[in-house]
Write a protein that binds this ligand. Sequence first.
Ligand SMILES: [Zn+2]
Length: 573
Amino acid sequence: MKIEELILKWALKNALDHGGKALQNAVLSKIFREDSSLRTRVKELLPLVEEIVNQVNSMDINEQKSLLEELAPDLLLYEKKIEEKKLPPLPNAVRGRVVTRLPPEPSGYMHIGHAMSGLLNYFYARMYDGRVWLRFEDTDPRKVKLEYYESFRRGYKWLGIEWDYEKNNSDDIELFYDYAEKIIELGKAYVCFCPHEKIKSYRKKGEECEHRSQDVDENLKYWGMMLSGRFREGEAILRLAGDMKSKNTTMRDPAILRIVEYSHPLVGARYRVWPLYDFAVSIEDGVCGITHILRTSEFALRDELQNYIRDLVGMSNPTYIEYSRFEFKGTPVSKRKLRAVMEAGLADRWDDPRFPTIEGLKKRGIIPEAIKEFTLTQTGFSYAKREYDWSLLYSVNRKILDPVARRFFFTPNPIKLKIEQLESGEITIPYHPTNRSLGVRKISYTDEFYISSLDAENMKTGDTIRLKYLTNVKITNVSRYEVTGIRVSGGPAQNIPIIQWVPSHKCLNVKVLVPDVLYLDEEEINPESLKIVEGYAEENIVDIKVDEIVQFERFGFCRCDSADDRIFIKAHD
Ligand SMILES: [Zn+2]
C-alpha cells in the first residue's frame, strides 16, 4: 500500500470512529503502529498527514464510509457489528463528548473480566462517537511489573479495542503532589503518625486521632518532610479529612498518599511518596475528562469518596454505570485461585489453555469476535452477582467458527478396520460441506483403515456402517484389537451411522490437549483439568499452521499449537 493510501485509510477510520472528524495525532500513531519504520520520517510525513486529514474531515460520513469500504473493508466490519447490537443507552451521554477509560492495574495478566469490561467502555465510546483512554493504574510500586503492562496492551489490541490516548498514573506523580498540597491548604488533609493498628481501630470506631487537629502550616511542614525523606515508610501518611462518622467507611479519613520505599519499574526510585488508589483515580478521571465510568458494583462505595476529592479541587464528576462482576463457573479469574492451581503443580504458565487469562483463551482457540459478541449479548446492567457458564462463550465461539473452519478426519484412540472387496483408490472431498471457498483435499486409501475405538465399541457383527464420503460396510467381526467388514453397495442413509476414518498407510499421529474446568467447587481444585487424547489424523493436516483453528469432525474445534509436533488444543465440541 502506498504511503498516501495508508494515511488515507487511517484518517478515514479515525474520522468514522469519531463522528466524521479525524485527529492528526491519532492518525499518525495508527500509521506508526502499522509500520514502525515510518517513525523516522515524521517531519516529512506531517504535512502530508495534515493535508489528507483535512480532506477527509471535509467529506461527509457517507463519503468517508464508501471510500474506506473500497480501501480497507475489514476496518468497517467492526463498526457494523456494534451498530447492529443495541446496547442500552448511556445516561447523560452527548454525542461526540463521551470519554471513557480502560483502567488496568498492571499487577497481573489480563483476563476475561478485564476484556469484557474494556469492551463495554470501548463500545460505548464508539457508540457515541467519543474517545477512550488507556490508563495504567500503576501507583503501587510493589505490585506493578513491566510484563503486565504489555499483557494489557496486547490483549486490548487483540480484541480490536483502539484507544485514543494512553498514559500511566506514574507519569503524573508531581501532579498528585500539587493536588495534595492544595487539599492540605484547604485544611482538608493532614499528616498522621499513628501506627497502622491504631488507624484501623479508630476508623472502625469512627473516632478522630490527635493529628487531625494539626493546623495547615504544621501539615504543610510534615508533608514537606514526607517528600524529602525525613520519615521512613510507615511512619507518616497523608490522610483526607473526611467524615469519621460516615456510614460509608471509605469516607472515614482514608490515606491518600503514603511513603513507599520500593523501586517502580517505570520511574525507579525517583519518588518515595505514592498516591493510593482512590486519590489517583479521582484526580486522573478529572484530568482526563472522563465522562462515563462503567465498572463493577464492588467499587460502588468508592464513588462518594472519589466525588468528594474532585469536589475539593474543583473538578467535575463522571456518571457511574454499574454492572455485576463477571464470574465464570469452575474457572475463576481470581489471581489467588489461579496461583493455587500452579502451586498444586497442575500448571506452570499464565497462558495455560485452562486459564481465563487472555493469553490462555487465545491458546485454547477462543477468538476475539466471540468475546465481543458474548459481551454484547450477555451483559445486563444489574447489581446481582452473576455467574456465567463457560459453555455460553463456547457456543458463541462455535457459531462463528463453524462456517469458516476447515474440517479434517481424526480418529482418537484408534483401532484398525479391514474391509474385504474394497479396491484401493483416492477420493476428493471438500474441507467444508457448504463453504466452497475452503477448497478440497484428497485422501488415498487401501483396504485398511483406522477408526475411533469409541465408534468401534458401538458396532456388532451384522451392522452396516458408512465410512464418510467413501463406502458402506457390513461388519463381519468385532474384537478388542480389530474390526473387519465387507464392502456393500449403497449411499448414506438414515439408519446407517456415518463415521470418520483415516487410511492406515497414510495417517499422522496427533496429540490433542483437552482442557477442563480448574475447580470442582469453590475451593476444590480439579485434579484432572487437562487430558491428553492421542490418535491418527488424515495426512492433509500437514498444511495446518500454528494458530489455525480446525474442526476434527465429531471430536471438536481444535487450535494448532505446534505444527511440527502436531499438538492441538481442543477449544470445545
Ligand atoms: Zn493520627
